[in-house]
Ligand binder design. Structure first.
Ligand code: NAI
Length: 306
């Protein structure tokens, strides 16, 4: 079955370059009407120009697709709201939001300026918050929405010199987890993409002989799957060089300790059992974790949970 987006309206932020550009072109090629958003600044977020977004729109139109360029800065809620209103006025709805805009200001934690830390959080985390907040009422009204957060291996696992970026990229996973719970009954699904591609953001960080493998075009199919009608929910896909995987947070089942043993020494003594990966489970809400704690305690104490 071919995945198509006919009749769907998509907003892709940071779509003037790199991955966002590739996502926007692919969505339009499969029938979506696309808002190509880009502030048009440099890699570190300095400056602005509408040229990149307009060039992507021209490319989409030349291929017979429909798109509009938008220069909203995702850190500015008023501009983001105006972008969503423009899409709504032109096409009547917004079905898909791809939170992709991003910047880098790498420095080791001992050297990073707090302003640079805050700026990176603002673009990645608050940018995703602003855009999602602006489309959320509309998606609820439509009873349909697909939202994607762009995370990173830096957030999921860490990367030297990227405390600011990693914190922001894990932040969007926290945002996703609760949005899934709040959006489910309105037909809204929220997922995350952890890409790896040679773009202006990363080309000097990647081994030169592998740049040819790390094409944005090898990542975009994962994005298309995530925003498709029958796509998943609460799923993090990692994609790069044609390899697709799922990243999942697991928690070990753990071990209940009676009150007299609730000491750091007993935790150390039982560490192997507490951290035994063969007992791990995937939780889909914070409540699942509480439930596990109470179930274990009730078992240990020999009482029945109501
Ligand atoms: P890129 O630098 O080519 O594209 C990012 C785009 O976002 C630029 O066109 C930029 O103008 C735009 N942008 C920046 N600040 C903005 C703002 N305030 N408002 C609107 N647009 C803004 O970078 P790339 O590699 O395509 O990155 C896309 C996303 O993927 C980013 O979120 C990045 O953090 C993420 N990512 C990329 C990886 C890679 O290997 N390229 C790895 C992991 C994550």
């Amino acid at each position: 079955m071919t995945i198509r987006f006919d009749g769907k309206v998509a907003i892709v932020t940071g779509a003037g370059n790199g991955l966002g550009k590739c996502h926007a072109i692919a969505l339009a090629a499969r029938g979506a009407k696309v808002v190509v958003n880009d502030l048009g600044g440099a890699r570190d977020g300095v400056g602005a120009s509408s040229e990149a977004a307009r060039a992507v729109v021209a490319e989409i139109e030349a291929a017979g697709g429909e798109a509009i360029a938008n220069g909203a800065d995702v850190t500015n809620y008023e501009q983001v709201e105006a972008m969503v209103n423009e899409a709504r006025e032109k096409w009547g709805r917004v079905d898909i939001l791809v939170n992709n805009a991003g910047v880098l200001r790498d420095k080791s934690f001992s050297n990073v300026e707090l302003d640079d830390f805050g700026f990176v959080l603002d673009v990645h985390l608050m940018g995703a918050v602003n855009c999602t907040k602006a489309v959320w009422p509309l998606m609820r009204e439509q009873n349909y929405g697909r939202v994607v957060m762009t995370t990173s291996s830096s957030g999921l696992y860490g990367n030297f010199g990227q405390t600011n970026y990693g914190a922001a990229k894990m932040g969007v996973i926290g945002l996703m987890n609760t949005l899934v719970l709040e959006g489910g009954k309105y037909g809204i699904r929220v997922n995350a993409l952890s890409p790896c591609a040679a773009t202006r953001m990363t080309e000097d960080l990647m081994p030169e002989n592998l740049l040819g493998l790390l094409k944005p075009e090898s990542v975009t199919p994962a994005l298309l799957y995530l925003v498709s009608e029958d796509g998943p929910n609460r799923t993090i896909i990692t994609a790069g060089a044609g390899t697709f995987a799922r990243s999942i947070v697991y928690e070990t089942g753990g071990m209940w300790l009676p009150e007299e043993d609730q000491t750091p020494e007993k935790i150390a003594e039982h560490w192997d059992a507490i951290s035994d990966p063969s007992t791990q489970k995937e939780y889909t809400s914070g409540n699942d974790q509480t439930q596990n704690m109470l179930t274990k305690a009730a078992e240990g104490l020999g009482i029945k949970l109501q």
